[in-house]
Write a new protein. Sequence first.
Length: 338
Amino acid sequence: MGSSNRKKKEKKKDFQKAKLKVGKANAKAANFTDTSFKSKSINVNQQTLEGDGSDSVEQFKQTLTTAATAKPDNLRRDALSYITNQISAKPPNNPVGTAGVLTKLLPLISDVSTSVRAHLLRLFRVLPPSEVRPHVEKILMYIRGGMTHLAADIRSDTLNVMEWLLEVAGDEVVSCPGGWLKTLNSFSSMLGWNPSVGSAMNSQGWTSGSKSTLGTKKGPEAQARQIQVLARFLQAGFQPETAAPYNPKAYWDNIYRLPATANPFAYLNLFGAPRDEDNEMYPDRISRQRVFDAKWRSSIVAGMDGAKKEGGTVGRAAALLGKALRGGLGDSAPLPVR
């Protein structure tokens, strides 16, 4: 009995020794990390959640609001990039439509941030031209505000928006209410070629306002750019209308067929406020030539001649403007010889 107990004790000791020898833990590495902890939550700095269609619509609307109202420049810029990617996607994702996007973002034409204005122009370029044309009058209102802004950079960037609008809706720009004369007023104010400011006019008949940008390094380039865009605007206004092919059914189509353009009777101004000369519509080339010749021709020609005398980039831009005037007014009274 005693020997059996002794044997059991010896076996137990041998087992404990073997256990200590086999189960001995290895040395931990220098970069060892203890992962035995437990956490109730994990916070991730940046997340992208993909949901159903209703969530994407709400996300688009919230981003649009951020682009229009956020105070930090980087938030407005990133929001504009997101909207641009959504509209340019295939198929495009724009739950609020072009009208909703323009209503929110047009005030950014005069934004203080250069990067925001650049991203806004990229967004404008991906909008469908057919959906932009019905809103030209509203867009021009903000463009004219940017063209007469006190900041030279904003005036310069607004000219890029004007060029884009002339590309996608040139006919609507020069024929909508206020599109012809009021835009010419803005160009003349920007260049200083305004005949209504009599006290500031010199002997040549144009103001010294065009010199206001020449004190800076980019002054001549800015003035040349303004003259170039003015030339493009005049080319769009003086472009001859394309004659419609003969159609024996045109009379009945004009009576019974539904109009293909938005607000086809806008020229009648049946329910709008009475318009003055500047806010009037000039829907054809002849009417635009007539009012330009009566109100703006002499002052713009005088300013153009003064710009030619400066030479350089300004002189070359003035030469382009002269070419546009000769092409647009060639069948009317000739340009005065100076």
